[in-house]
Write a protein that binds this ligand. Sequence first.
Ligand code: HEC
Length: 148
Amino acid sequence: MAKAYGKAGVAEVKGYQSWVNIANAPYQSGTHGNRFVNNYADSHGDYRYKKFEKAGTMPLGSVLAKDSFVVQSNGKVAIGPLFIMEKMASGWNKATGDWRYSMVMPNGKVAGATKSKGMSMKFCAECHESVAPDQDYIMLLPDENRKM
Ligand code: HEC
């Protein structure tokens, strides 16, 4: 998985598998194509992210990464996209709460990002918006899938 995503060369998510993962095991996410996912946070804001609803506003530079896979009917595992959120400088983009959404495809290509070429990732922001401003656009995960 890390190998497939690594081809994209996105420095922000390098080594993400060693970050804090707030999921106790991969869980199925209906909002990300029913894929099995994990929720990682890097050291900029991991101490906040693991407080769940009490996380408050995530610090500048925080990167949240959600890797994904599907189990096919033949039992084989297929890698899905890596979903990424990065907290940019204040005022970078009011509409997304300064979060930059992007997606790395399993073939190592970046599908697009907020305010950049390719897919605009507007649909990501529009859904995550439902928990702003209470939770700074972070959706967390169902109670039974939480690590702590
Ligand atoms: C229809 C709603 C919806 C859409 C569209 C959506 N998300 Fe999410 N996102 C969620 C929910 C709900 C969670 C937490 C629970 C889960 O994983 O199912 C989440 C969790 C995440 C997380 C983990 C951080 C957090 O919020 O706690 C990241 C990173 C993420 N999404 C990125 C993306 C990206 C990038 C896109 C677009 C390519 C996207 N999401 C599209 C609803 C959505």
